[in-house]
Ligand binder design. Structure first.
Ligand SMILES: C[S@@+](CC[C@H](N)C(=O)[O-])C[C@H]1O[C@@H](n2cnc3c(N)ncnc32)[C@H](O)[C@@H]1O
Length: 273
């Protein structure tokens, strides 16, 4: 069962292309027991989400900037894009600002995050179609081969297990037009436990320093480590190593696969169909 809620407009297919009207939200059934979605469909988590991202991922803005810069399209292009795990709309907003004639299909399983995305996107929302659903069912959520010029994602795909990620990437490649791009800003894990442990130390120390004693959760190294461990368990994190990530992009059928930016446990990678 699915419910489509058109608000002042609708999306339609014309000449085989997905054309988006004004704000449209499609709700697909989601198994809310799915951990990586349920973890974000909590009002308390959503309220502090963007402020927490600034504390926990200070490279977020840089990563999205690099991801957008890599895309070899003129700024005037009318691109059809998909955001996997749109969350509060951070990446989509930067994308729409950069490509003012483009449109985004924003998929997320957490209604609460999407509500915040709508608030963030305000006037830009007329260029976004929101779909509430599990992106592991991508073909059902965004049907139609060769319909997207760009598929992008930030901090979302590391929630997938390896088999799911392989399948989603294959579906992404099917959705892309020839020459289209997939670009992902996400977390990775180090190659060895020793290196992972060192990078985690740096990560935790950075968060404590940025929080500057103003947040009990990040008061010291121990409480921060505990907070992150609880969060990662709740969200079912499953990051790949750099080599695994790039190999998966290659095996999905993308060319020009590269790591465009990398620092410690954060990576911007992608490739072209
Ligand atoms: C860490 S947030 C990232 C949000 C946004 N892309 C950003 O950069 O801030 C991860 C998002 O992915 C969504 N998500 C996780 N697993 C999902 C799945 N299988 N299907 C749909 N959405 C999912 C969550 O609901 C959440 O909004």
């Amino acid at each position: 069962m699915s419910r489509t809620v058109p608000q002042r407009g609708a999306c339609s297919r014309r000449n085989g292309n997905l054309t988006l009207g004004e704000v449209t939200e499609t709700v697909r059934p989601v198994r809310m027991t799915e951990q990586s979605i349920a973890a974000y469909d909590v009002s308390q988590r959503v309220k502090t989400y963007d402020a927490d991202m600034e504390l926990m991922h200070p490279n977020r803005s840089k990563m999205v900037q690099v991801a957008i810069e890599v895309l070899p399209f003129p700024r005037t292009a009318a691109l059809r894009a998909i955001d996997l795990g749109i969350g509060t709309g951070y990446f989509t907003k930067q994308f729409l600002d950069h490509f003012p004639n483009s449109r985004v299909l924003g998929i997320d399983g957490a209604q609460a995050m999407v509500e915040l995305a709508k608030a963030r996107l305000t006037s830009l929302a007329s260029r976004v179609q929101f779909v509430i659903g599990d992106f592991r069912n991508l073909q059902q959520l965004a049907p139609g081969a060769d319909m997207a010029d760009v598929v992008f994602s930030a901090y979302a795909l590391h929630h997938l297990g390896r088999t799911d990620k392989e399948r989603v990437l294959r579906e992404v490649v099917e959705l892309l037009v020839p020459g289209g791009w997939f670009i992902n800003a996400d977390l990775i894990v180090a190659d060895s436990p020793e290196l992972e442990s060192r990078l985690q130390e740096l990560r935790v120390a950075g968060i404590v320093e940025r929080a500057g004693g103003s947040d009990n959760r990040f008061a010291d190294l121990t409480s921060t480590r505990q907070f992150l461990a609880d969060l990662e368990r709740k969200e079912a994190d499953n990051p790949l190593t750099l080599a695994e990530d790039l190999a998966l992009l290659q095996s999905s059928g993308l060319k020009n696969v590269s790591a465009f930016w990398l620092e410690h446990r954060e990576l911007v990678s992608g490739g072209q169909k």
